[in-house]
Design a protein around this ligand. Sequence first.
Ligand SMILES: [Zn+2]
Length: 189
Amino acid sequence: MTYRTHTIFGVALAVITVRFLFILNIRDLNYLITGNLFNPDLIKFYLAVMLGSLLPDIDHANSKIGRKLPLINGLLRLFGIKHRGLTHSLIGVVLIVLLFHQLHITGWIGEVVLIALIIGYISHLIADMLNPHGIPLFFPNKLKFNLLKITTSSWGESVFSVVVLFLLSAFVLHLRGIVNLDFVNFTQF
Ligand SMILES: [Zn+2]
């Protein structure tokens, strides 16, 4: 998937997660969807989601993030970490959650950024599972998991990202009271 699809999908998953946290009475973070667009927390949240949604491809020298952070990419390759390996697996998720959590408890990042980075990271893995190459969820086991066959930079991917962007925009505008989508029974969501 291209970095554009990853960021769109990441933001969509973040909005859905915020809604679920609210509906399940776990946390009310609705201001991240319906609040003031210039709220620093809201801005940090979406920037961190986007960063998180690109982070797993740090293992690829030619990816957007791999080019931005060549030092980390070089280090990973030095340790023999190949593209769509460790960083694209459940162990990768656990390690990254531990790392982000450590950054959080030592005061480097706030809770909202912590949540955003984790959602973004997981969204990347889900999006890569829509690609025929799949990802090795249970790394070091090499078996690849994939759900769909959307090829990177294909027509299918463009259609997918436009549809996700459209649904996301409609849903956010509905929650912000700008458009009314009650006819599709979004009421309690
Ligand atoms: Zn990837």
